[in-house]
Ligand binder design. Sequence first.
Ligand SMILES: C[S@@+](CC[C@H](N)C(=O)[O-])C[C@H]1O[C@@H](n2cnc3c(N)ncnc32)[C@H](O)[C@@H]1O
Length: 421
Amino acid sequence: MRAGDDLSAVLHKLRIVAAELTGFSPDAIVTDALRRALRTHLTSWTPDDIDRAAARRDEALIRVLQQAVSVGETYFFRHPEQFEHLVDVALPALARDRDGVNRAWRVWSAGCATGEEAYTLAACFAAARGRHLPGDAQIHVLGSDLLERNIRTAQGGVYGRWSVRGSGPELFPLWTQEGTNRVRVQDHVRPLVTFSQHNLLEPSPFEGGQADVIFCRNVLVYFSPEAAQNVVSHLVNALAPGGIIAFGPMDLQTMPPGLVRAGPAELQLYRRVHHRESVPAAPATGRALPSKPPRVAKPIRPRRESPVAAPAPAPKPGIEPVAVHLKVLGLVDAGEDADALRLLEKLCAAAPDYVAGLTEHALILSRNGDIGRAAQRMREVLRLTSTLPDEAVLPGPEPLPAAFYVSSAEAFLERMEGSSR
Ligand SMILES: C[S@@+](CC[C@H](N)C(=O)[O-])C[C@H]1O[C@@H](n2cnc3c(N)ncnc32)[C@H](O)[C@@H]1O
């Protein structure tokens, strides 16, 4: 057992090293995740050990910290309006730009988590073949992520039902149902995609401007401004002149130099300017994009029914539940329960199917004596998880199986009934 001062020095040191390794802003790193890493993997490490291990880039330390802080929330056709725009508007323009030259299309899903985004891009390009692209167009999609274990999952091409959600309708054929709880990426999509481990703080695999399309979504939202800027400059360097890049709704703080908007502001799609174009001046400071609150995306009719019943309703566009949840945990860590509660209220209203947020809300409400509302939240958790298999991994600051939330909610409600008897 460590003394209190010793423990907080180790946690402090771990937070700094984890931020350096990943680009995360230190306040987006959850203390509990570091505590768990200390309890299970780094049991006897002192601040000096951590310093020395970080200086020699100790692989065990790097792996443990990257896994501890990473947030892997993703699903197929996430933010579908971006994929619609890509296929219907951006790809025809890119194809026109090529002037009939039929060379391979290079696409990068940067920070792809378990690969759903990379396969979605491949499905979009496959669907565009013969329509906007030549029928024999070659397509190479690279999915990259910080975590080796994500890459292994991605390479498997088999997913649980949490990868298929109502808010991500299957715009183009991508998966085949396997049994009740699994989907498999279809054979026409799989060979278009390769995966590799890559840290976005490093120069990109496409340095020199070779990528036609890059999606780097919901990654920078956790980053410090300096690290985000560094990553964006690697991404822009990787993009071919005229190429398209997509970010998530909360990723950008300022308009990246060298890019212009490629669609309505709320889509967060940009194009790298050609050498011959002049670049509009970027706003000096502050949150540049979007200039107005994101519009609610127009409903998109799936081209084919989703075979897996997905939990509903969807989070409102613009909300990244795990990022907001991390902010809540920061407030709780700082002892600011009232602010944490306020933010959680907003989170639960905006993302009513985000089970980790509902559970968190219930726990803080209960700690603050509002047992009735806490119980209501826990019942919502049971309702949302009732159709999921126990092992379905749900997003949260730490991805956890549905069974964890079910047993927490049941235990809470049983305790409550016991105490009211
Ligand atoms: C929330 S997921 C986003 C997945 C996908 N892009 C999407 O929008 O659905 C963020 C991913 O970024 C990865 N990530 C975080 N820091 C990274 C870094 N420095 N380099 C590469 N990937 C990183 C995490 O491992 C995680 O899988």
